[in-house]
Design a protein around this ligand. Sequence first.
Ligand SMILES: [Mn+2]
Length: 196
Amino acid sequence: MQRHLILPAQGKLLISTDVHGNEEDIATLEAIFVALRAQDPQTHWVILGDVVHAPDEASRRENPDLYDYPDGSMQIVDRILIQQRAHPGHVHFVLGNHDHGHVGGPHTAKFYPDEVAALESRLRPDERQRLHTLFCSALFAVAAPCGVLLTHGAPDDSLHDLRTLDETPLDILQMTGPQLRMMRTLLTSYGQSERS
Ligand SMILES: [Mn+2]
């Protein structure tokens, strides 16, 4: 399975990350991407994961400036799938740790004890299927020929060849010890607990 991508040497690149269920944010990014691509067909959009899991009601009330928005996780997944179909090979989704929870990764617990179960319990079977389709096809890393490496977290030196990502399974139960270590740093930041 292809889990890494090397971008072309020429073109424009839009990079975004961590919309965490904020549909308004992804809609704004989508409009920017569509406008850029209309100007330059060699425009790519790399979405660096954690598109799902909005804040709970209490957090929305306590910290409205940061957290008061409805959970648009599923709408975001559908918007990305639509953009990938509309712009084949130009919209690249890179897995985040919150997304990974839905397809074999550790379940996150930032706003709910189990954010994966909390979201999936609200989805219809066809929605769950589309969510899994996007996350199962996700990349783990994107690189640009200029030397930029794009990932959700901060990989350590256990990642030394992007081709090893293609052999790495999604399910943590099927990963080897070195794969587990490599994916933990790739999908989380230094010092961040696996559950948040
Ligand atoms: Mn994250």
